[in-house]
Design a protein around this ligand. Structure first.
Ligand code: 2BA
Length: 110
């Protein structure tokens, strides 16, 4: 059986992660994605992995992907009906990797 690993990582870690995964024999697809909150680029890696190699794959992701602090500018509504807006910088810690592990019903290649 197989799992689909969907890993959202920071652009800075993407090429090293792909290199390490491929060196260890994993097949990966890289998608250029955008985070909903920061509205800046991140990278989503798709990897179809046999069940017995899922932990190995997750270990590589955990080892390579570092969390970092980023400053985001958040728009804030002032005083409800006044209609005034202000922005102020907030610091967020962007995780090393957000990973979804999905069961794969079927896997075919043509
Ligand atoms: P972004 O949506 O751009 O979020 C970047 C970081 O901003 C998040 O890091 C978190 O620290 C913070 N953040 C996100 N939403 C927030 C909110 N409503 N209020 C305050 N702070 C907030 P991570 O949690 O490590 O997420 C990194 C990226 O992973 C996200 O980028 C998003 O693209 C993806 N992601 C995280 N959780 C997800 C989920 N449950 N479903 C889909 N994508 C997810």
């Amino acid at each position: 059986m197989m799992k689909l690993i969907v890993a959202i990582v920071q652009d800075e870690d993407a090429s090293r992660l792909i290199g390490n995964l491929m060196n260890d024999g994993f097949s990966v697809t890289k998608l250029a994605t955008t985070g909903g909150f920061l509205k800046s680029g991140n990278t989503t890696i798709l990897a179809g992995v046999e069940d017995n190699r899922v932990q190995e794959c997750l270990g590589i992701i955990e080892k390579v992907c570092k969390s970092r602090k980023q400053i985001a500018t958040s728009p804030v509504t002032m005083g409800g009906s006044s209609g005034m807006y202000a922005s102020y910088p907030i610091e967020v810690t962007v995780g090393g990797a957000t990973v979804f592990i999905l069961a794969v019903d079927q896997f075919v290649k043509y």
